[in-house]
Design a protein around this ligand. Structure first.
Ligand code: HEM
Ligand code: CU
Length: 593
């Protein structure tokens, strides 16, 4: 049963102009600094650079993953001569895997994606010199950090917890990369403010609204890492200070480290909300609701980091508990998203002739690899999100803390919800940016299914091993005491994990084959032949603030909301950080590799 009015012939629902017209209308406003054709072509190019750099990083990162999965399957390949020449230890490989996948791939993809989308939708011109400068600065940071990583001089894992001490070059490179992301924030927020000046009284279009909210959230979130790098890690690794306080460093790290997961997932949500419905043949359900979800993420993503530190001593339990409840609050906008995107998909499937309580699911456009990737990513996130609520619980966290459960969890969140969405997005975005036609769409579809099932099996194996007590970040296949693991009766989950590694290897090879063949093929058409798939909207936010609903009016002032969020973050962090500064313990660095 559905109460949603049917799709009209032109695909929209009346009060909402088709997005293409909306765009053209804006660009034609007298006195506006419109995005002209030359700037658009240049913007596409810089975006393409971001996206290709992102996938090159993912390619290397993903090639290391199966070795780790085999490790958790009891198979140790790290003594093979070819591997020995490339990586010196399990932990150097793991550091590269974490940094390249979780930090580099995500940041580059997101920077390209969330620069392009608002620029395109708002249609205002932008300073392309600045955009290129930012790209090159981020790349310079990446290359700088890569040198010590590849030379086994910064085998500190992607969390770089002190007192593990890597080369200063690593921390400096990473800091430059993060600083470059803040320049993207400045450019996008600047663009939005200019649009607001040129369009007084208008409601910010939805894709730009989501992008700006996400960037502002990242701006607040990154403060912890910025302070950690500039005040603690860089001076210490340069030898300017005698030591660093590990607890303070970890607390600053998790100030950024939790919300960074929303920085990874919200750009996928943008696509799930605004583009996936069209790709599935339906409509976005509600712009006001979407705006509410993003505002909730902006406010509640950051003040929650202590849920990663339940096991840390010298942190007041009351604050740990407050962070826990705030974490549960961030689950609310994720649930809004799941139901709202689920409704879009149901709308699409019913429009395509689907019926029944769940039978409609078969009528989604399963031939389309891009849509399939994102729907499977969403399914994966339902499991990942449920696990996340468990992880955040003070009572349950000690059961899984630092066990294989944790990587099991985040491979179905960032490793699938985010990564598989970005893979699916690339299947239209790369043709759109380059004017090249997607090579082997069928192989693309196969790769998407392999990734999904590979990650499901991986998650099963790793969650299970974690519950049995297997630690994470451990070269378990080379342990000197195998009897400890044998006593855990984990033959089956070990087998699952090893097999999943092989499936994921096949998925990765297939996907990158499609992607790189597409990129290396000649340009055959105008990229606009593959348009940005803006979805028609069932319940629009309208375009005029004066006549908009209260929800739309209240969510429009994103800068004021960010300020409120900052106050909340300070309220829950200053009483935690203050005593740490007062009792600062300078611990000298260690190299364990
Ligand atoms: C071919 C697919 C992949 C496989 C088989 C794989 C496998 C693994 C395994 C077994 C671990 C646990 C290692 C340990 O705790 O000792 C791990 C860690 C990790 N993986 Fe993956 N992974 C894959 C893809 C990804 C992707 C796509 C991402 C993120 C975008 C990712 C991010 C991470 C991170 C952040 C860690 C934690 C590193 C650490 O603890 O320092 N992985 N991976
Ligand atoms: Cu967290």
């Amino acid at each position: 049963m559905t109460t949603i009015p049917p799709l009209s012939a032109h695909g929209g629902t009346g009060d909402q102009p088709a997005p293409e017209t909306r765009l053209r209308g804006l660009a034609a406003r007298p006195g506006s600094t419109a995005l002209d054709a030359a700037t658009l072509a240049n913007l596409k190019k810089v975006t393409q650079y971001y996206i290709v750099t992102a996938f090159l990083a993912l390619f290397i990162g993903v090639m290391i993953g199966p070795l780790q999965a085999l490790n958790y399957g009891g198979v140790d390949l790290y003594n093979l001569p070819i591997l020995r020449n490339l990586i010196q230890s399990y932990y150097q490989g793991l550091t590269l895997h974490g940094v390249l996948n979780a930090l580099v791939f995500t940041q580059f993809f997101i920077s390209g994606w969330m620069l392009y989308l608002p620029a395109r939708e708002l249609g205002v011109g932008l300073n392309m010199k600045f955009a290129w400068f930012t790209y090159w600065m981020m790349t310079a940071g990446l290359l700088t950090a890569a040198v010590p990583l590849l030379m086994n001089d910064a085998t500190v894992l992607y969390t770089f917890y002190p007192p593990l001490e890597g080369s200063p070059v690593f921390y400096i490179g990473a800091a430059v990369m993060v600083a470059a992301s803040l320049l993207v924030v400045a450019q996008v927020v600047g663009m939005w403010l200019r649009w607001k000046r040129e369009n007084p009284g208008r409601v910010t279009p939805i894709v730009s609204f989501m992008s700006v909210a996400t960037w502002l959230m990242w701006c607040l979130a990154s403060l912890g890492l910025v302070v950690e790098a500039l005040a603690l890690l860089i001076p210490w690794s340069l030898g300017l200070t005698s030591g660093v306080d590990p607890l303070l460093a970890r607390t600053l790290f998790w100030w950024t480290g939790h919300p960074i997961v929303y920085f990874w997932v919200l750009p996928a949500y943008i696509s799930w909300y605004a583009f996936l419905p069209r790709q599935a043949g339906g409509r976005m359900i509600s712009e006001p609701l979407t705006r509410l979800a993003f505002v909730m993420f902006l406010v509640f993503s950051v003040p929650v980091g202590l849920h990663h530190q339940y096991a840390d001593p010298n942190v007041n339990n009351t604050w740990k508990t407050i962070h826990m409840f705030l974490t549960f609050l961030v689950a609310v906008p994720s649930l809004l998203t799941a139901f709202s995107v689920g409704a879009s998909l149901e709308d699409a499937a019913r429009h395509r002739g689907g019926s029944g309580l769940v039978g409609w699911i078969r009528h989604l456009n399963w031939r389309d690899a891009g849509m399939t990737a994102q729907v499977l990513a969403l399914v994966s996130f339902i499991f990942g999100g449920a696990g996340g609520i468990l992880n955040a619980s003070l009572a349950f966290s000690p059961v899984v803390h630092n066990t294989a459960w944790i990587p099991g969890h985040f491979h179905i969140t960032v490793g699938t919800a985010t990564t598989l969405s970005f893979m699916g997005i690339a299947l239209w975005f790369v043709p759109h940016l380059t004017g090249k036609r997607l090579a082997s769409p069928k192989l693309g579809l196969t790769s998407v299914w392999l990734w999904f099932w590979g990650m499901m099996l991986f998650a099963l194996g790793m969650h299970w091993q974690g519950l049995a007590g297997v630690p994470r970040r451990a070269h378990v296949s080379a342990t000197a005491q195998p009897a400890v693991y044998d006593a855990m009766h984990i033959a089956l989950p070990k087998l699952f994990t090893a097999v999943s590694g092989m499936i994921l290897f096949a998925a990765g090879v297939a996907f990158f084959w499609v992607l790189f063949r597409t990129l290396l093929s000649p340009r055959v058409e105008d990229g606009e032949a593959t348009p940005v798939p803006y979805s028609p909207v069932l319940s629009s936010a309208g375009t005029d603030l004066a006549t908009a609903s209260t929800l739309v009016k209240r969510t429009e002032p994103l800068l004021a909301i960010t300020l409120f969020a900052l106050v909340l973050v300070l309220i829950v962090y200053l009483p935690v950080i203050g005593p740490m500064i007062a009792n600062y313990q300078a611990v000298p660095g260690q190299r364990l590799w």
